[in-house]
Design a protein around this ligand. Sequence first.
Ligand code: C2E
Ligand code: CA
Ligand code: CA
Ligand code: CA
Length: 278
Amino acid sequence: AKESGKNNFQYYKKKLSVNMHGRLNIEQALKGALKKDEIFLVYQPKYNIASKEIVGFETLARWENEKLGLIPPDKFITIAESTNDILEIGLFIFKKACIDFKDFREINTNLQTISINISTVQLYQDSFIKDIMNIIDEVGIEASSIILEITETHIMKNIFYSMRVLNELKTLGFSVSIDDFGTGYSSLNYLKQLPINELKIDKSFINDLPYDLNDVAISKAIISLSKNMGYVNVAEGIETTEQEEFLLSGGCEIGQGYLFCKPKIKDEIIQILRDKTP
Ligand code: C2E
Ligand code: CA
Ligand code: CA
Ligand code: CA
């Protein structure tokens, strides 16, 4: 019994070290990712659902490491947040997105905004606003062209601090979008005080439209809530024409999803814009 106990312990010890090792490997590789040019951006068009015109893009980060392969952003962003590497990576993403959007707008002057996902680790850092102001000055783009996407859960974590930073961002002309709306626990009382411009209905409420009656009720409620509060309403993850038709007839203005276009690298987006612009 003693023997097998020891073996068990050794088994777990081995397993643990493999896990730690895996995580450490990723952490270490991530530290070198920017220098090695392994992080790149893809853009997913946002459409006016009624007119099918592209109104803007959402910036999505990708990381491809020669040993580890393509690591999904859900995974590497979380790791980068825990090591604070997200601060440097986040600014890299912000700057590159601004530069690329300027190029997109040279082709289609009707493009309105570029959306950029922001982690709260960034938002809660003292220099965040100063850093992004420096970038937009350097690149030569107005704050009013930029939508910062922040997840609902993150905003609510420290509502008073969020409120202060969001107010400052608004004063400077940035727009703020609440991402994954409906999955967190925001009190409507706080929501009404937040200086935001856009609500994004989480994909989990879109998936089973128009067949799941609860999702029908929830998405209708979010659409009417946004309208009454003066927010732009965006539906994400639209994959079927049934979903599209439901959202259009329900009054949702903006949509993105594989049905319209998958996230694509800059060159492909430029091609799409050229093909569409007479
Ligand atoms: P998110 O901000 O909610 O982004 C939407 C996700 O849905 C993206 O996944 C997008 O590729 C995917 N998507 C879009 N349309 C469809 C569709 O029709 N069907 C399906 N199944 N999926 C669709 P992605 O690119 O893997 O990103 C996952 C999450 O990682 C993002 O969720 C965001 O939270 C985070 N993320 C990605 N890029 C960044 C970034 O630059 N900074 C930060 N802080 N987070 C990022
Ligand atoms: Ca987003
Ligand atoms: Ca989302
Ligand atoms: Ca999400």
